[in-house]
Ligand binder design. Structure first.
Ligand code: MG
Length: 381
């Protein structure tokens, strides 16, 4: 019987952000779920010990009864030991895998599970030239003799447990196999998987997001007449004005154009499809609420890459309001303000907009939709 230990106890300080790395969203999904699902779907894996940051057990909940969550330790070795102690049996084999490697494949698991050996690691040749740094300067190492090693690694439970018991705490052991090597046990090398990357730096994370996602562009355009006695609201920000956009809702043309862009990017019609004009349910509605409802329709692995918006209004001048509008828009979309641009221009006194009869907003946005998931649900009318 083979169990797996999935190590997700890291704080992920190199990635920044307040959430432990294991729970950070990758393509809209907590990181640990990627490898967890691959492990649970493999026929040879009886169950998974999920090692999490102490005190954060609830954050890593799983409704699969083959998963047991245990608190880890201060560093990797003590976290893995906590996982070994939680194994249901002291015989058989154990796979040890880092949750920071989300792209684990069944084929790699097959390769690691195949050999009849006490310890197995997947490894890959190096393509970069490797040099040793030291007081005497650089020394070039023989690349052909080196291998870079990944997880999952597989061990006899008795062997890895003995290694943790017997190998001194100060032995250099950046991976689990290093402890077994220190016992003098032979470790078998199998072919690793170049796609099975470890997400450590912000660049790693960005590349992983790009690998997961398909990009979809959307555009939206909205025009409203301006009438006396209506508020002028843009992305929920109120601009002092004696006139504002007419409309069923609060008439916020920027938010309406944004909704159209979201629906356009996912080919789900437009704002009128979702919120029919004249429907009393939306009379006086806050447009940001309509935006929230629209986002629920896109629920799942859809993230906004960036938004670029232009508002056309002859008067009043919007310059002093742009920072506030931008912040509101970013908050409404749960993205960093750096990913949102809001520009304003007048119509140079040309046409209806130039005569201050109306306001227009145009939005272009880019969405990342996770590859391999079903298309967003079509709206019912
Ligand atoms: Mg509108």
């Amino acid at each position: 019987m083979t169990w797996a230990i999935l190590v997700a106890a890291g704080r992920g300080t190199r990635l920044g952000g307040g959430v432990p790395k294991g729970r950070r969203l990758l393509g809209g999904r907590p990181l640990y779920l990627f490898a967890l699902q691959t492990l649970l779907c493999h026929r040879a894996v009886a169950g998974v010990i999920l090692v999490v940051p102490p005190g954060d057990e609830a954050g890593f909940a799983s409704d699969d009864d083959r998963v047991r969550t245990v608190p880890g330790g201060e560093e990797r070795r003590s976290s893995v030991l906590a996982g070994i102690r939680a194994l249901p049996a002291s015989d058989g084999d154990v796979l040890i895998h880092d949750a920071a490697r989300p792209f684990l494949t069944p084929a790699l698991l097959d390769r690691v599970l195949a050999p009849d050996a006490e310890a197995v690691v997947p490894g890959l040749p190096l393509t970069d030239t490797v040099k040793e740094t030291g007081a005497a300067g650089l020394r070039t190492l023989e690349r052909e003799r080196l291998v870079r090693v990944q997880t999952p690694q597989r061990f006899r439970v008795s062997t890895i447990a003995r290694a943790h018991r017997e190998v001194a705490a100060d032995v250099y052991a950046p991976d689990d196999a290093a402890l077994v090597e220190a016992l003098g046990v032979e470790v078998k090398l199998v072919a690793g998987d170049a796609g099975n990357v470890k997400l450590t730096t912000p660049v790693d994370w960005q590349l992983a997001e790009e690998r997961l996602g398909e990009l979809r562009v959307g555009t939206g355009l909205d025009i409203h007449p301006l009438v006396a006695g209506r508020p002028l609201i843009l992305a929920g920000h109120i601009v002092a004005s004696d006139r504002g956009p007419a409309g069923d809702s609060d008439g916020d043309p920027l938010t309406h154009a944004l909704i159209d862009a979201l629906l356009g990017a996912t080919a789900q019609g437009d704002i009128g499809t979702l919120f029919p004009p004249g429907d009393p349910a939306y009379r006086g509605a806050r447009s940001l609420e309509l935006l929230a409802q629209t986002r629920l329709r896109l629920a799942g692995p859809v993230t906004v890459v960036n938004v670029d918006a232009t508002i056309v209004l002859q008067s009043p001048r919007l310059g002093p309001h742009l920072a506030a509008i931008r912040a509101r828009l970013a908050a409404a979309l749960d993205v960093a303000p750096e990913r949102v641009s809001v520009k304003a221009k007048t119509a140079d006194h040309l046409g209806a907009l130039g005569r201050e009869e109306g306001i227009a907003a145009q939005v272009t946005l880019l969405l990342r939709v996770q590859a391999g998931t079903q298309a967003p649900q079509a709206p019912h009318r």
